[in-house]
Design a protein around this ligand. Structure first.
Ligand code: AMP
Length: 183
């Protein structure tokens, strides 16, 4: 038998790096600006879900759309939704893909966090657990305190556990609702 270095890739079979893992993610979608061709934020949500359901991603489930008040100086209401997707992309590659989709929808990277945006896509949860890099943290660092994220996410992934707090999405939402009633 030939040493593995002398075998063709077909004879060797898949190496560990070639083995494709299917990752699942929860993605949060938001829009508070019309797209000149697509139309209102509700239409942007539908078009964005279609774009998320194209290779190399697949949408397994998505929430209804919910309207939320803007945070910060922007005056436009947001439309939000959440999607459960699967893909072979690792979190950093997925972020790049999502940034490409946002750019296709006309979002400009102005560096202002709160300005109006046609489409905002955030990675909320990953089946692999925790990803910690300066440019990407998964779970999303603010998702536990955001009603407009937890409200749609609880409808598609209520039993998914946050790997940092150990609490399920259902539990996080009850906790946030309680805190909201007290404040
Ligand atoms: P945003 O304004 O919400 O699009 O976020 C701006 C930047 O946040 C992105 O360009 C990412 O580098 C960074 N970021 C960190 N964690 C995440 C995450 N979980 N999902 C999306 N963006 C993230």
């Amino acid at each position: 038998m030939l040493p593995s270095g002398l075998m063709s890739p077909a004879e060797r079979g898949p190496s560990v790096s070639e083995t494709q893992i299917i990752h699942k993610y929860v993605i949060a979608l938001g829009s508070n600006q019309r797209h000149p061709k697509i139309g209102t934020p509700v239409s942007v949500m539908s078009a964005a879900l279609e774009a998320l359901n194209a290779s190399p991603l697949r949408v397994l489930a998505h929430s209804k759309y919910v309207a939320s008040r803007p945070i910060g100086p922007s005056l436009r209401n947001y439309v939000n939704a959440a999607a459960l997707i699967e893909t072979t992309l690792e979190p950093d590659k997925l972020l790049r893909h999502l940034k490409g989709l946002e750019a296709r929808f006309g979002r400009r990277n102005s560096g202002q966090a709160w300005r109006a945006r046609v489409l905002d896509l955030d990675i909320i949860l990953w089946s692999g657990g925790i990803w910690a890099e300066p440019k990407l943290s998964v779970p999303h660092r603010l998702f536990r305190n955001r009603t407009f994220v937890l409200d749609p996410v609880v409808t598609i992934a209520p039993d998914w556990r946050d790997p940092i707090s150990g609490l399920s999405i259902r539990h996080l939402k009850v906790r946030l609702d309680r805190a909201g009633r007290q404040s």
